[in-house]
Structure formats: structure tokens, C-alpha cells
Ligand binder design. Structure first.
Ligand SMILES: [Zn+2]
Length: 61
């Protein structure tokens, strides 16, 4: 079994741990209406995905 040659320093451990930190999801703008939408998600305001209407969005009056 492969074994680490050197003990990883406190600094390297901290740098590695920092990469597992939670990040806020990145938002893209909708190509149809321009609202902020997470990637790979149907736009909740207009119901389109990749320029195609996928779902009907109920209007709240
Ligand atoms: Zn949209």
C-alpha cells in the first residue's frame, strides 16, 4: 500500500480543510428573463430551461 513519505504540515492540513468549506451556490442569469437561477435548474420565474419552456409557472395574483 502506498504510504505518505512525509507528515503533512499544519498549514497543508488547513489548506486542504479549507477546500471542503461550504460555498454559496453560484447563480447564473436566466437566458429568457434574466433572473438569477442556479445552474442545471429550471428557471422558477419563467419556467424555461436551455431556451425551451419546460414547466408552467403559476401566477400569484
Ligand atoms: Zn427565466
Amino acid at each position: 500500500m502506498a504510504v505518505p513519505k512525509r507528515k503533512s504540515s499544519r498549514s497543508k492540513q488547513k489548506i486542504r480543510a479549507a477546500s471542503h468549506r461550504w460555498h454559496a451556490p453560484k447563480l447564473n442569469s436566466c437566458s429568457n428573463c434574466g433572473s438569477a437561477v442556479p445552474s442545471h435548474i429550471v428557471c422558477p420565474s419563467c419556467g424555461t430551461y436551455k431556451g425551451r419552456k419546460v414547466i408552467e409557472v403559476a401566477e400569484i395574483a
